[in-house]
Write a protein that binds this ligand. Structure first.
Ligand code: SAM
Ligand code: SF4
Length: 381
């Protein structure tokens, strides 16, 4: 483990951590298996005695988890080059998806465990019929942040109803401001629809919008300044995301990644930037404002500057598995727990096991790194 990472986490969390304790190396395997078998679940012999049974969702490194990303479907109406192949994706059968009732139940337990922030994602969340009903159900629980990440193809008509149902924020993916290039990256859909949806979302009150841009070397990396200018002109917060090894085709290539540092330098030279806050906190994006006070951008440098040390995120896949990291194959199925008559306490226990099993970092830059078996759209980005 990286000692500086560990001590940094200790300092941030302001608490004693498990650094002096032996780490149960097979815990993640136990957690994974435990989800499927109630007999195993209730066996205290398998539980690390150091794992807390109350209080917030804290892991072995002192990181408190209060942010849950919920994937509502693995399906999508687009086929972005960095995410899915044009043909040949297979999707989960309907009966394997969590129902809205099941998602709300999991969210309620998560809320009791200190989760304050929910983001709905996918696949494309808006292709799941009746999403406003789910938003309404989640909104009643009382999260302080209820947000959605979308490709926006269907957002213009839904923005108003989503806000009425309780949606607070939206992130919209848009990788080019040039219509032809947009079409070549996203392969279905069109730029005009996305730009209209941004306006509709703003009119509905979802401000400020965050715009997610995945930069690909040789494709859209000549649009860094165009996007910076777009952020300045529109007040939308443009976030540049590094290409991650999570595409379903397995074609990720470090050569195609545009480092956040390069984005910073390109923009800073034209329009000087200043950090929004000295403390990055748990947010994945390093946020900068333009020094002249007009607009903001964010850099999500997951590969070149990992922010695992402050990670506070958990994921719930569309088929009901808790996932403690985008890059870990360790999953704990809540769907089986719920469908075999498990109680809310069983769900809570699985959350605690999943968090306790989390690794200190994603290790993308280590030689032993293995791509996770499931890709971004299957996990929920
Ligand atoms: N379909 C929605 C969308 O595109 O906004 C939500 C799901 S998508 C998986 C969530 C985010 O992940 C999007 O901003 C997308 O650009 C990003 N993404 C997908 N594959 C990626 C990859 N291989 N590397 C980095 N970001 C990726
Ligand atoms: Fe669909 Fe989003 Fe993946 Fe693009 S990034 S294919 S819109 S899930």
């Amino acid at each position: 483990m990286d000692d500086s990472l560990h001590s940094g986490i200790e300092a941030r969390a302001g608490r004693a951590t498990a650094s002096s304790r032996p780490i149960p190396v097979s815990l993640s395997v136990r957690a994974h298996r435990a989800g499927a078998d109630p007999a195993v679940r209730s066996s205290s012999a398998l539980i690390d005695p150091d794992m807390p049974n109350e209080g917030p969702l804290v892991d072995r490194y002192g990181r408190v988890h209060d942010d849950l990303r919920i994937s509502v479907t693995d399906r999508c109406n687009l086929r972005c080059v960095y995410c899915m192949p044009l043909e040949g994706m297979t999707f989960l059968p309907r009966n394997e998806l969590l129902s809205f009732e099941e998602i709300v139940r999991v969210a309620r337990v998560a809320h009791r465990l200190g989760v304050t922030s929910i983001r709905l994602t996918g696949g494309e969340p808006l292709v799941r019929r009746g999403l406003t009903d789910l938003v309404a159900g989640l909104s009643k629980i009382g999260f302080s942040d209820l947000a959605l990440t979308t490709n926006a193809m269907q957002l213009a008509a839904l923005a108003g109803p989503l806000v009425e149902a309780g949606l607070q924020r939206v992130n919209i993916s848009c990788d080019s401001l040039r219509a032809e290039r947009f079409a070549s990256i996203r392969r279905r859909g069109d730029l005009a629809t996305v730009l209209d949806a941004m306006s509709a979302a703003e009119q509905a009150g979802l401000t400020p919008i965050k715009v997610n841009v995945v930069l690909l070397r040789g494709s859209n990396d000549d649009e860094i300044l165009d996007f910076a200018s777009f952020a300045r002109e529109t007040g939308r917060i443009v976030r540049f995301i590094e290409f991650m090894p999570l595409d379903a085709q397995g074609q990720w290539d470090r050569e195609r990644l545009v480092p956040g540092r390069e984005v910073f330098e390109t923009i800073n030279e034209r329009w000087p930037l200043a950090p929004v806050s000295a403390d990055l906190g748990p947010a994945p994006a390093e946020q900068f404002r333009f020094a002249d006070g007009i607009g903001r951008i964010g850099l999500i440098s997951s590969v070149t500057q990992p922010f695992c040390g402050t990670c506070n995120r958990l994921r719930l896949t569309a088929d009901g598995a808790i996932r403690n990291c985008l890059f870990s194959d360790d999953e704990t199925t809540l769907r089986d727990v719920m469908r075999s008559g498990g109680t809310d306490e069983d769900i809570e226990h699985q959350f605690r096991l999943a968090v306790w099993a989390k690794f200190p970092g994603h290790a993308i830059n280590e030689p032993q790194f293995l791509r996770p078996a499931r890709s971004m759209s299957m996990i929920g980005g």
